[in-house]
Design a protein around this ligand. Structure first.
Ligand SMILES: [Zn+2]
Length: 221
């Protein structure tokens, strides 16, 4: 009798993870699978041989990915990272400006409330004492590949607006904004462009209230 033997690859599921499925563009459940070569007799796997690879298979669209797909931050963890970055960078901007400036603090609390609903001035005081502006870059580094350029521009623009609520950007505040831009892989020229476009979009330097100007004689009102 002729014995038919051969080799076959079998996949075994070893676990499940939540990962960002690039094909579908969202967080999905993925099967972590190990591919192993088997020795077969009459097409029946008999002896497990070497492990030939690992993969992650999306349970939704069945696309198979290299295991490193799981290294990409999920949307959920990205929004957490972004929320933390907004909160920490805002506190850094306040710290490197005049931390007592009421208008700037108000702008800072308003911005941070977009990511932490119960944020208030007392929390800001704690954050301002806790943050170290030298680490601005690290806080946003995970966002470099994780969010679109528009999102990065918006984050920096929001920080510039907080600084400008006090009337001007101090050199130390500018340094925080530069570090944040660099952490997200924006070029220095790009960051400068964002800062100047926000600054010029604002009404010119805050002026003391002017007395109303009476219409010129004979002019149309
Ligand atoms: Zn998928």
């Amino acid at each position: 009798m002729l014995i038919i033997f051969g080799f076959r690859i079998r996949l075994r599921t070893t676990g499940q993870i939540t990962f960002f499925c690039p094909k579908e563009g969202g967080d999905r459940l993925g099967d972590q699978r190990v591919a192993r070569r088997w020795f077969t007799i009459f097409f029946i796997p008999i002896i497990p041989l070497n492990q030939v690879g690992e993969l992650v298979e999306c349970t939704s669209c069945k696309t198979r990915y290299e295991p490193h797909v799981a290294d990409q931050p999920t949307t959920a963890s990205l929004s957490e990272i972004l929320g933390n970055a907004v909160r920490v960078l805002t506190a850094m901007v306040v710290r490197t400006g005049d931390p007592q400036d009421a208008a700037m603090r108000e702008a800072a609390v308003a911005l941070t409330r977009t990511v932490a609903a119960d944020y208030d001035d007392a929390t800001l005081t704690g954050d301002v004492m806790a943050v170290d502006p030298a680490y601005a870059e690290q806080y946003v580094a995970p966002l470099a590949d994780g969010i679109q350029v528009g999102g990065k521009e918006r984050l920096l623009s929001d920080l510039v607006r907080v600084a400008l609520a006090a009337g001007t950007i101090t050199p130390d505040q500018r340094r925080v904004i530069d570090l944040a831009g660099r952490g997200m892989d924006l070029t220095p020229a790009h960051v400068t462009g964002i800062v100047s476009s926000v600054a010029s979009a604002r009404s010119p330097e805050p002026q003391p209230p002017q007395p109303p100007v009476p219409p010129a004689d004979g002019g149309e009102a």
